[in-house]
Design a protein around this ligand. Structure first.
Ligand code: AMP
Length: 326
């Protein structure tokens, strides 16, 4: 995840972070704050530094265990930029220009720099660096994973078979997609949703409750899951169910005939209950930046070990002269 906002939101938490937490039971996982990717959008340096710490603290506060999974900053493992360069040199210019996300951003008038154009090549490096077998991605990242697979295969064919592991998408089953509270047909998004449409994990309780109470619903009074005609209520049901573990049909039955006010109050209570311990842990981590930086350094050390081994294979395969040791 990129450190592009002051806090992750409920969509990041339910759609990504909770899955990351579960995946660490089964896999050897690497989770980093994509600070090099964040440079594709000009940001004040002090703000970027702050947001990078916040994002790492939020990974850990959300349950990623820095003793089990590598939690680090992308820029601390400088091999990412190096392998990204090799990937750039394997990519045709037209191929990069055809990526949907780049085309969309340009079409929307985004003042794109070359970093944004080559973003998928750096992302390929991020993945291939760790011999990743699986990459947990949402639908929106499928095309970028496809080019990563193409680049790995191209590299292995052009230079040396089996140098890079060709990864597979790990499309998460049943992972929640959370919608904007003010426009339940649009995804909750840190970059496009208005503040009232977003629940930030750093929001105080009263703010969370207020945002949920003013969430856009419909003119009926029935708490029923129907994303087509009742997008707002369905979104609140998804949020409640994901956090409380109560199946949606059970929630529909419990709130039958009770009206939206009662339902919204309970959704707010469930969100506040989940976010409170998260916020406490996040504050503890941010109050002790030296300890947080130590945890991040530990993750980077672990990641660097794998990254250096990958780069040694890559350097040898492409024919870069090994530097003599003095
Ligand atoms: P982004 O903030 O769009 O870069 O996304 C970071 C991660 O959070 C990605 O894994 C996204 O798939 C996930 N994510 C972002 N917004 C939502 C949302 N509204 N619902 C579910 N997952 C989301």
């Amino acid at each position: 995840m990129q450190p592009t906002s002051d806090s992750l939101h409920l969509g990041n938490y339910l759609g990504a972070l909770l899955n990351w937490v579960q995946l660490q039971d089964e896999f050897d996982a690497y989770y980093f704050v994509a600070d090099l990717h964040a440079l594709t959008v000009p940001t004040d340096p002090a703000v970027l530094r702050h947001r990078t710490r916040v994002t790492a603290a939020q990974f850990i506060a959300g349950g990623v265990d820095p003793l089990r999974s590598a939690v680090f900053c992308q820029s601390h493992v400088t091999e990412h930029a190096e392998l990204g360069w090799v990937m750039n040199c394997l990519t045709a210019e037209g191929e990069a220009r055809r990526m949907t996300q780049f085309k969309d951003k340009v079409a929307k008038g985004h003042n794109a720099n070359v970093g944004l154009l080559t973003y998928p090549m750096l992302m390929a490096a991020d993945i291939l660096m760790y011999d990743a077998v699986y990459v947990p991605v949402g639908e929106d990242q499928r095309q970028h994973l496809e080019i990563t697979r193409d680049l790995a295969e191209r590299f292995n064919t052009r230079y040396a078979a089996d140098t890079l592991v060709v990864p597979q998408p790990y499309i998460l089953k049943g992972s929640a997609k959370i919608m904007d509270l003010t426009d339940p047909n649009a995804k909750m998004s840190g970059s496009t949703s208005p503040d009232k449409g977003l629940i930030l994990l750093s929001d105080p309780d009263a703010r969370i409750a207020k945002k949920i109470r003013s969430a856009v619903t419909d003119t009926e009074a029935e708490v029923r899951f129907d994303p087509e005609t009742k997008a707002g209520i369905s979104n609140l049901l998804v949020i409640h169910s994901a956090l409380s573990g109560t199946p949606i049909p059970e929630l529909e039955a419990r709130f039958a005939g009770q009206g939206y006010g009662v339902f919204k109050n309970e959704v707010a209570a469930v969100v506040v209950e989940a976010v409170t311990p998260f916020r406490t842990r996040m504050s503890e981590l941010l109050d002790d930046p030296a300890e947080l930086d130590r945890l991040i350094a530990m993750g980077a050390d672990r990641a660097r070990e794998v990254a250096q081994a990958t780069m040694a294979r890559v350097r040898a395969a492409v024919g870069l002269l090994p530097a003599a040791r003095l």
